[in-house]
Design a protein around this ligand. Structure first.
Ligand code: HEC
Length: 101
């Protein structure tokens, strides 16, 4: 089990290096603060808390495309697009990578 988590985390590191080439980190952080943070900053409504690797590891196992799809459709108490109606898929990916770090 811990091996799998380790793998997910190192795969994530690779994704992050790729993402930083296309989406600037500070732009992502600004978006995060005005959207996802409302719930993921505090765990409101049962949202997995940002930067809590344990809370995110079972979600990460679904794969990034599935996670981006969940945000776009909405999930449980999360509204469609997680309050970011002008985010691109690339930005959702960047936001998720930011939160799982
Ligand atoms: C209104 C509160 C709220 C906001 C705003 C919000 N989320 Fe969420 N999010 C949740 C909740 C609650 C869950 C857990 C849903 C569940 O498991 O039923 C969740 C789950 C997720 C998941 C896991 C999906 C899965 O398939 O397991 C991802 C990824 C995610 N949010 C990303 C984001 C991103 C990116 C943003 C900002 C663009 C965002 N969220 C904004 C409440 C929110």
């Amino acid at each position: 089990m811990s091996k799998r988590v380790g793998l997910a985390v190192s795969a994530l590191g690779l994704c992050l290096m790729g993402a930083s080439l296309t989406v600037s980190a500070s732009a992502i952080e600004d978006k995060y603060n005005t959207t996802c943070f409302a719930c993921h900053g505090t765990g409101a409504a049962g949202a997995p808390v940002a930067h809590d690797a344990k809370a995110w590891s079972p979600r990460l196992e679904k794969g990034m495309d599935v996670l981006v799809g969940s945000v776009k459709r909405g999930m449980g108490a999360m509204p469609p697009n997680g309050l970011c109606n002008d985010c691109s898929d690339e930005q959702f990916k960047g936001l998720i990578e930011f939160m799982v770090q």
